[in-house]
Design a protein around this ligand. Structure first.
Ligand code: KG4
Ligand code: ZN
Length: 335
């Protein structure tokens, strides 16, 4: 079979997504984002599972319709096995297993973190192996050496909060709506990034730490608002720019160190935080200085989506890496 037709399901957190890959190309990528969590300031796992259950079948039907593919034409069904929220993963995995069984098609179990990285192969330009990938999302911050689709090695990761959490938690302290990352990004564009110096999390090797920043921002805001209750409102763009600058410095310092030590010049950015305009600009500047080739996927393939799951499943299909019907979701699945 030259190119398989694959239906992929992503349900690891709060986005329900289905995609179809055919002829080696993504033919559809439908994402239903759950708005129910906004009022709680974070993802509520039980509500996420219920929303996946409501969204999944219409999302799959729409993905097949947009791709112009019938169920009978599918060669395999792929799903996100982990990491993620157990209840959310269960909805996607049970659907995929049942669908594959009913259709008599093979099943592909995909690692969500590998999928974020292999999203780089959906469209041109594609990095060549080996490359170094910085995956930054709401749940993860990892530096990964990618030697081939199956051969990936985590060389550094966060020891506490993920970069996206650092954005979201500090944005919450500033009174911004959830998820705060995009709001903070927007406000930062008109602020002074060096006005308020916050600590850059200093870790040995290539690991990251963001909990110190959150605490520093919390104490600083408490101190300042005790003197001036309007401090946040009066300084919002500068506060956002300074926080964003600190997060970017923390990320790029370790990235730069790993790239130099490991002799890698192809640098890829993945995950929802790759949408951050300050991070993109700072990485492009650093790349120009270092002579790196930088790869950043389209925004729709940076945040959680099933297209990246389909792309990863395609590599697994070619390698004959199928999953048995007994496969279970694994909330803590390692890379
Ligand atoms: O990859 P993703 O969609 O979901 C996870 O797997 O976590 O990432 C979501 C994270 C959230 O923390 C969100 O605030 C952050 O990505 N994010 C941003 C921006 N857009 C999304 N953070 C900073 N600046 C942005 N423009
Ligand atoms: Zn993700």
């Amino acid at each position: 079979m030259a190119y398989p037709i694959i239906l992929a399901i992503e349900s690891s957190c709060d986005d329900t997504s289905a995609a179809v890959l055919a002829g080696g190309q993504i033919r559809s990528n439908v994402v239903a984002t759950q708005r129910v969590h906004e009022q709680y300031g974070g993802v509520v796992p039980e509500l996420a599972s219920r929303a996946h259950q409501q969204h999944l079948i219409p999302v799959v039907q729409e993905a097949l319709r947009q791709a112009g593919v019938t169920k009978a034409e599918l060669d395999a069904v792929a799903f996100t096995q982990g990491p993620g929220l157990l209840g959310s993963l269960l909805v996607g995995s049970m659907f995929a297993k049942t669908f594959a069984l009913a259709l008599g098609k093979p099943l592909l179990a995909v690692n969500h973190m590998r999928a974020h990285i292999l999203a780089h192969f959906i469209n041109e330009p594609r990095p060549t192996f080996p490359f170094l990938c910085l995956t930054v999302s709401g749940g993860h911050t990892q530096l990964v050496v990618v030697k081939s689709p199956p051969d990936m090695q985590v060389v550094g990761q966060t020891i506490d909060d993920a970069a996206g959490e650092a954005f979201d938690k500090t944005a919450k302290l500033l009174g911004l709506p959830y998820p705060g990352g995009p709001h903070l990004d927007k406000l930062a564009s008109t602020g002074n990034p060096t006005r308020f110096p916050f600590p850059v999390g200093a870790m040995p090797g290539y690991d990251f730490s963001f909990s110190g920043l959150k605490t520093a921002v919390l104490y600083f805001l408490r101190q300042q608002t005790a003197k001036n209750p309007n401090f946040i409102q009066e300084n919002l763009p500068d506060l956002c720019a300074s926080i964003q600058h600190t997060i970017i410095q923390t990320l790029l310092r370790q990235l730069q160190r790993a790239a130099a030590d490991l002799g890698l010049t192809q640098i890829a950015l993945a995950g929802g935080v790759a949408a951050n305009s300050g991070l993109r600009a700072a990485l492009q500047n650093l790349a120009a200085e270092k002579g790196w080739a930088v790869f950043i996927p389209e925004f729709q393939y940076c945040t959680d989506n099933a297209a990246m799951v389909a792309m990863t499943a395609h590599f697994q299909f070619e390698a004959g890496d199928f999953a048995p019907q007994l496969v279970s979701p694994d909330p803590r699945l390692k890379l």
